[in-house]
Design a protein. Structure first.
Length: 99
């Protein structure tokens, strides 16, 4: 899963120059003015999971965000990361523009 996780990081940080990363609460968090998302390991240890705490405040529709209030985007492998790269970039830019 490490290559998939590294690629997710590269996509988010490359999507908008305002996006930064920091280690908080024992995980990597991606932020611009406030937190966009962070890596989490939930029940499924076979996928990379990103948790979006404030996904309801991100303008737009994103088909791979799962959940009601807190939303997740999950990736089984590097192929899934690449398939969702444009969506992940769009989420990142929308977050930065909205903030």
């Amino acid at each position: 899963l490490e290559p998939a996780m590294r690629r997710v990081r590269d996509i988010i940080l490359g999507a908008d120059p305002r996006m930064t990363e920091l280690v908080q609460y024992g995980t990597v968090q991606f932020t611009y003015k406030s937190g966009l998302c962070s890596f989490v390991q939930v029940k499924d240890k076979k996928r990379v999971s990103l948790m979006f705490n404030a996904a309801g405040r991100i303008p737009g529709e994103y088909p791979h965000l799962e959940g009601k209030s807190v939303k997740y985007m999950r990736f089984a492998d590097l192929g899934e990361v690449e398939e969702r790269a444009d969506e992940l970039r769009a989420i990142t830019v929308a977050w930065c523009n909205h903030r």
